[in-house]
Design a protein around this ligand. Structure first.
Ligand SMILES: Nc1ncnc2c1ncn2[C@@H]1O[C@H](COP(=O)(O)OP(=O)(O)OP(=O)(O)O)[C@@H](O)[C@H]1O
Ligand SMILES: [Mg+2]
Length: 350
């Protein structure tokens, strides 16, 4: 631990010097004027490795001015937080921002704590390098988004295959059996086979529908949600009010798919969890965003959703993040209000 003379007056801290040297974070201690009066080993190594433009590891410097001399465009808020901390705000502070150093950019997490004893104050600062963590998070987000995308593409392909291929063969067979009727032979078998084929067709149609709603591309999100919601209400007996303008414009495919899936999942959740006899689903433009809202009048989200969470809510969140949107879930007493926001991007012509 490298300390300036002032620091040695704080005898209680000498005990902690070796502890601070043992931590991996870069730690600096500031006096109540915001001057660096001690730094740990990790700080010194960091300053050497990155050839920071300061003498004596920055000891004696005003920390905030030192920060201002670094290239960290997102750090303004952190500096203001430190000023407030020096001025007497209790803290602790926690900020994450990027610093562009000569040998590359890095992400840092700053934690600052204020310690007051008698009438003196010290600020303890810790910088953790979270660059790897940030990159991993971003890569994971990209991979998940790509996965969701691939899943939708595949569903579309399978749905089309089922609808245009398999279902057409079945239809053909059914028609031929119908034609056999005229001959009046093997009538019993004919009736049975025809019933089986009719069931198979029905199943394939609904599977193909679940995999990829056929209407979404042709009619656009508004009518597609309306059709899906009407069918859902019919099957479940839910009294569903649908607030969607008839002329709601078509939007970019990725946004329509994301919102359609969110609507499906939110309605399924109302049916499975809410215990509500009625609900409302609405779609409208709100400035530069489009808002899909689903409100029920049931039990609302349980206190601890983490414990019960399935993939539904997580999937909605990811789908929206992928299109630069977001979701909010708020208990609305009674019931739950799900609001899914996405950028309003009208479909490009042609
Ligand atoms: N409309 C709702 N009203 C009350 N609770 C809800 C509602 N929607 C979701 N929840 C609660 O949130 C939990 C998580 O929902 P989520 O959709 O993630 O999972 P799930 O529906 O249980 O399973 P699945 O993975 O099949 O969707 C549910 O188990 C339920 O407890
Ligand atoms: Mg669910």
């Amino acid at each position: 631990m490298h300390t300036a003379h002032e620091m040695s007056e704080w005898s209680a801290f000498s005990l902690h010097e070796s502890i601070l040297d043992a931590v991996a974070a870069n730690v600096a201690i500031l006096n109540d004027q915001g001057e660096i009066i001690a730094v740990n080993d990790a700080w010194m190594q960091f300053a050497e490795f990155h050839e920071l433009p300061v003498e004596n590891y920055g000891l004696g410097l005003d920390y905030i001015s030192f920060c201002e001399s670094l290239d960290a465009p997102d750090a303004a808020e952190a500096r203001q937080g430190l000023r407030d901390l020096l001025a007497g705000e209790p803290g602790p502070l926690r900020f994450e921002y990027q610093i562009f150093l000569d040998n590359g950019p890095l992400w840092t997490r700053l934690t600052a704590t204020r310690i007051s004893r008698d009438d003196r104050t010290l600020i303890v600062l810790a910088h953790e390098d979270i660059t790897v963590q940030r990159h991993t998070q971003a890569a994971l987000g990209r991979a998940t988004a790509a996965l969701l995308h691939a899943e939708d593409d595949e569903r579309r392909r399978i749905a089309r295959e089922l609808h245009d291929g398999t279902a057409q063969y079945l239809t053909g067979a059914k028609l031929m059996l119908g034609a056999m009727k005229a001959e009046g032979r093997a009538e019993k078998t004919r009736v049975e086979v025809e019933a089986l084929l009719a069931n198979a067709l029905e199943e394939i149609r609904s599977l193909s529908y679940v995999l990829h709603p056929p209407g979404l591309e042709e009619m656009g999100l508004g009518p597609a949600i309306r059709q899906m919601a009407e069918g859902f209400a019919r099957r479940t007996g839910l009294a569903l009010q649908i607030d969607i303008a008839d002329d709601f414009p078509k939007m970019a495919r990725s946004i329509e798919v994301a919102l359609y899936r969110v609507a499906q999942e939110a309605l399924a959740n109302v049916h499975r969890h809410a215990g509500s006899p009625r609900a409302t689903i609405g779609l409208r433009q709100a400035g530069e965003m489009v808002l899909l809202s689903i409100r029920d009048y049931g039990v609302g989200l349980p206190e601890n959703t983490q414990a019960t969470a399935g993939v539904g809510l997580a999937g909605m969140r990811l789908r929206l993040e992928f299109v630069n949107g977001h979701i909010s879930l708020n208990n609305a007493v009674p019931g739950l209000l799900v609001e899914a926001w996405a950028p309003f991007q009208p479909k490009a012509a042609g």
